[in-house]
Design a binder for this molecule. Structure first.
Ligand code: B12
Ligand code: SF4
Ligand code: SF4
Length: 224
C-alpha cells in the first residue's frame, strides 16, 4: 500500500516522509470515522519539487485563493487520503498538530539550531505539507539511522548571518526577525530568504530557488 500512496503523491511532487504506529493508550488524533488513529504517514517535500505543480494549479484559479499553498496541499493530499481510506491533516490545522515531533519519530531527525529539522540529505531544505491518519495499523518500514550533521558542524554559520541575531540558544525571536524583514534593510531576506538558513553548507542541491523563498517569507511576514 505504501508504494501506491507514494506513487500517487509523486504526481504532485510530494513524497512520503516516513510514519509510525501510535502506542496503545497514546493520545492519538482522529481518523476518518472519528475513532483514534492507529498509524500516521507524513507527507512533505524535498527541495521545492511540488512548486511547479502548485504554480500550474494556481494559474488555473479564476480568483485569488487565500493561503494558496496550504489550499493546494490540502487538495492534493486530501485526494490521496480519499483514495486510500485515510484522514488527511495539515500542519496549519488548529490546534497545531505536533508535526515536528511526529517527523522526529518517523525519520529519526533532530532539530538544527534554527528549529528546522536537519535532514542528512536535504539539509534544511524540506518541509511537511500534511499527514495521513489510518484507523487500522499499517506496515511502515523502520527508518535508517539518521546522522545529525549539526553535531559535527563546529562553525555553525547558521548562527552568524542574521543581521538582528534572531536565532539564539533562547530560541527564535520572531518579532525581531519580522521587524527586520519588514523594514528598510530587510530586502535581502525578503527577496532571497533567511540569511541564516541559506548559510548552512548542507543540502544545497535542494535549496529552494529565490522566488520560492520570497513566497514563503512574504507568507510569514504577512501572517504573523
Ligand atoms: C507556529 C509555527 C511557527 C511560528 C513559531 C512561533 C512559536 N514560538 O511557537 C513562527 C511564525 C515563528 C514560525 C516560523 C517559521 N517556521 Co514554523 N511552524 C509553526 C507551526 C505551524 C506550528 C508549531 C507548533 O506550535 N506545533 C505544535 C507543537 C505541539 O508541535 P511540535 O512538533 O512539538 O512543535 C515544535 C515546533 O513548535 C518547534 N518550534 C518552536 N519554535 C520554532 C521556531 C521555528 C522557526 C521552527 C522551525 C520550529 C519551532 O519546537 C517544537 C518541538 O519540536 C509548524 C507546523 C506544525 N503543525 O507543527 C510550523 C513549522 C515548524 N515551521 C516550519 C518552518 C520551515 C518555519 C520557517 C523556518 C520558514 C517559513 N515557514 O517560512 C519560519 C521561520 C522564518 C524564518 N526566519 O525563516 C516547518 C519546519 C520544517 C522542518 N523542516 O522542520 C514547520 C514544521 C511547517 C511545515 N509546513 O513544515 N513557525
Ligand atoms: S550550519 Fe551547521 S549547525 Fe547550522 S544547521 Fe547547518 S549543519 Fe546545523
Ligand atoms: S529572515 Fe532575516 S531577519 Fe529573520 S532570522 Fe533570517 S536572517 Fe534574520
Amino acid at each position: 500500500m505504501i508504494e501506491n500512496i507514494a506513487a500517487a503523491l509523486a504526481r504532485d511532487g510530494l513524497i512520503l516522509r516516513g510514519g509510525f504506529t501510535f502506542a496503545d493508550g497514546e493520545d492519538a488524533p482522529f481518523g476518518l470515522s472519528g475513532a483514534a488513529a492507529k498509524s500516521v504517514l507524513l507527507v512533505g517535500q524535498a527541495g521545492a519539487a511540488p512548486w511547479p505543480h502548485f504554480l500550474r494549479w494556481r494559474e488555473k484559479q479564476s480568483r485569488t485563493v487565500a493561503n494558496p499553498l496550504d489550499t493546494w496541499s490540502r487538495r492534493a493530499i486530501g485526494a490521496v487520503a480519499e483514495k486510500f481510506g485515510a484522514h488527511a491533516v495539515s500542519p496549519s490545522d488548529r490546534p497545531y498538530l505536533p508535526f515536528q515531533q511526529w517527523a522526529m519519530r518517523a525519520e529519526g531527525l533532530k532539530p538544527s539550531p534554527l528549529g528546522i529539522l536537519m535532514h542528512p540529505q536535504y539539509g534544511l531544505w524540506h518541509a511537511y505539507r500534511g499527514a495521513l491518519l489510518f484507523e487500522e495499523e499499517i506496515a511502515i518500514p523502520e527508518p535508517d539511522a539518521a546522522v545529525h550533521l549539526c553535531d559535527t558542524c563546529a562553525e555553525k554559520p547558521c548562527m552568524k548571518s542574521c543581521p538582528v541575531d534572531a536565532y539564539s540558544e533562547q530560541g527564535f525571536a520572531h518579532e525581531a526577525c519580522l521587524g527586520h524583514v519588514r523594514g528598510p534593510k530587510g530586502a535581502p531576506c525578503r527577496t532571497g530568504g533567511c540569511l541564516d538558513r541559506n548559510a548552512c553548507p548542507y543540502g544545497t542541491a535542494y535549496r529552494y530557488p529565490a522566488d520560492v523563498q520570497a513566497f514563503h517569507m512574504a507568507a510569514f511576514a504577512h501572517q504573523y
